[in-house]
Design a protein around this ligand. Structure first.
Ligand code: AR6
Length: 198
């Protein structure tokens, strides 16, 4: 599913979200696909659902480090540890992407203000992308695996945060959500469809 986010000057004012069937050149294209975050050819950066130490670990982090090779782990050491909601950017090493943006999402049920921290993780990831002038970023569903965030709630926070930030994005024009299961894709599409204004 693809939508285009247009208009707005930050803070979500005057923003419209419309479903589209083709890529568009106006506005920001936001799409959901089923797939593997390590196979996002053509995207400037993929986002890593990292741990505080920026070490390989399981899930997305394990897959990203396996595909990127040991050079990524080495580069990450200088940036660790990071705090919940923070984001740092490194090279992509052997991944098909020039950059990896590592974010630490909240552990659901263990941290205060998880919704705020999850929103910060998305906002900070987009900030790192903008600082490098990147045009395309692919995200996994941060915090919804080992960190236990309910998928529907996390999707609502992720999409609202991106729509609210859209007016301030200068270089980023394409945002993709890569969902690992059919079910997670269906939930994300349902949430996104509700945000589409008819
Ligand atoms: N591509 C896309 N999505 C994936 C992939 C993949 N290759 N693998 C898993 N997912 P998680 P978190 C989905 O656990 O909840 C790690 O051990 C997965 O189904 O990777 O933020 C780190 O070291 C889920 O929907 O991230 C941290 O300690 C989503 O990606 C901790 O887990 C996120 O799952 C981070 O936990």
């Amino acid at each position: 599913m693809k939508v285009v986010i247009s208009g707005g000057t930050g803070g979500g004012t005057g923003v419209t979200v419309k479903e589209v069937t083709e890529d568009v050149t106006d506005g920001i294209l936001l799409e959901c696909v089923r797939g593997d975050i390590t196979a996002q050819t053509g995207f400037d950066a993929v986002v890593n659902a990292a741990n505080a130490e920026l070490r390989p670990g399981g899930g997305v982090a394990g897959a990203i480090h396996r595909a990127a090779g040991p050079g990524l782990d080495k580069e990450c050491r200088a940036f660790a540890p990071i705090e919940t909601g923070q984001a740092v950017i490194t090279g992509g090493h052997n991944l098909p992407n020039p950059y990896v943006i590592h974010v630490l999402g909240p552990v659901f049920g263990r941290e205060k203000d998880p919704a705020k921290k999850l929103a910060e993780a998305y906002t900070n990831a987009l900030r790192r992308a903008e600082e490098k002038g990147l045009t395309s970023v692919a995200f996994p569903a941060i915090s919804t695996g080992a960190f236990g965030y309910p998928v529907k709630e996390a999707a609502e926070i992720a999409f609202r945060t991106i729509i609210n930030a859209a007016g301030e994005l200068k270089s980023v024009r394409r945002i993709r959500f890569v969902l690992y299961s059919e079910r997670d894709l269906a939930v994300h599409e349902e949430v996104l469809r509700k945000l589409v204004q008819s």
